[in-house]
Design a protein around this ligand. Structure first.
Ligand code: TXA
Ligand code: MG
Length: 339
């Protein structure tokens, strides 16, 4: 994992020092790269919003070090990392944390006062997760504070799944970017919180609804925002490439000339032979949704990069099967289409 970009390195001690000084660091996670800062330091957190050009109403996820489910100890819960930052953890949240952390799951829980208002956009809750990447887990273990980290992309743009993606857009804002290789999940964590006490998915992501329900039974899904934004990542404009995108599976007429189209395909080529193959991307030739999730954001970025040289004016997106991770991929594509 060597990179010629001096910004990208595997120098953990340097990254830890930068974070202790209130600077921003690009960190690898299994889902997407994060733009990290000391979650307990207002000034450092404000730097994240400025670097991303992110509105203050969109709260950040707090990344915690390794979690072990607590045991009853002398009649009370012993100290665990979760309890330092949240309270009133319902049994279903413990069950999910015990099963899926470290992993692509964010829990939205009532926050403690030590979490700055800026992190939660003033909400009484905070999103927390333990990311499953050895480098970031090692980093968290040596820091005396948790890390606030949104995806390391300018607000509204496609999330980064390699250190180079982070460097392309945020190099001037970070002290360093830790090189943990390409992200193995490729889409953001699934966010689960409570709505009137009922476990609810606020954002589909790298952990499927089926996996969650296998542990805690049926959950509600509320991923479309409407006017009251429970989870502002529900913003329609998220994840959009610069080139416009529309749903088209090849069964309807193309809105523009085929030479000007790119096609984002699930497992096969676009049925219209006039769309050049070099302007098409297949997410998984074997139809594997995990592989498709891993590739989707890089594919959108590649179309943007190819846009000018190939005069591509429109991306035609095909829906993935609406099951497992397919639902989260389709959600990202839907939002990109609604840009
Ligand atoms: O996989 C991920 O979750 C990545 C990696 C870096 O961990 N992070 C990520 O962060 O996707 P970001 O900032 O792009 O998305 C954070 C979203 C917010 O937009 C919001 O929807 C939700 O998390 N969120 C955070 N705190 C919340 C809260 N208290 N209540 C409801 N939703 C919250
Ligand atoms: Mg994001």
């Amino acid at each position: 994992m060597h990179s010629r970009d001096p910004m990208i390195s595997t120098h953990m001690a340097h990254a830890a020092n930068a974070l202790k000084q209130g600077k921003l660091v690009g960190i690898p996670t299994e889902t997407v790269y994060g733009l990290a800062a000391n979650a307990l330091d207002d000034r450092a957190v404000a730097g994240i919003f400025a670097a991303k050009n992110r509105p203050y109403f969109d709260p950040l996820i707090v990344h915690l070090p390794w979690f072990t489910a607590p045991t009853m100890h002398f009649g009370g819960w012993c100290d665990d990392v979760l309890h330092r930052y949240v309270m009133d953890v319902p049994p279903w949240a413990y069950a999910l944390a015990a099963q899926f952390w470290p992993g692509p799951l964010t829990l939205v829980l009532p926050r403690r006062a030590c979490i700055p208002d800026l992190v939660t956009s003033g909400l009484p809750t905070v999103g927390v997760r333990v990311p499953n990447h050895p480098m970031t887990l090692a980093l968290l273990a040596q820091l005396p504070f948790p890390l606030a980290a949104p995806s390391a992309n300018p607000f509204g743009y496609v999330s980064p799944t390699t250190p180079a993606h982070v460097a392309e857009q945020l190099a001037q804002h970070v002290d360093t970017i830790l090189d943990g290789g390409p992200c193995i999940v490729g889409i953001e964590s699934t966010i689960v919180g409570a709505e009137e006490g009922v476990p609810t998915i606020f954002r589909t992501g790298g952990l499927s609804q089926e996996d969650i329900e296998s542990v805690i039974g049926p959950v509600q899904v509320r991923v479309h925002a409407g006017s009251n934004l429970v989870s502002p990542g529900q913003c329609d404009s998220h994840y959009a490439p610069r080139i416009p995108m529309t749903w088209n599976d090849g069964t309807t007429t193309l809105p523009i000339a085929p030479q000007q189209c790119a096609a984002l395909r699930f497992s096969t080529w676009h049925p219209d032979p006039a769309i050049p193959r070099e302007q098409q991307m297949i997410l998984s030739a074997t139809g594997d949704l995990h592989e498709a999730a891993r590739n989707v954001f890089a594919a959108l970025r590649a179309f943007d990069a190819m846009g000018t040289s190939h005069s591509i004016a429109l991306i035609l997106a095909e829906r993935c099967p609406d099951t497992g991770l397919g639902r989260a991929i389709n959600d990202r594509l839907e939002r990109a289409c609604r840009r």
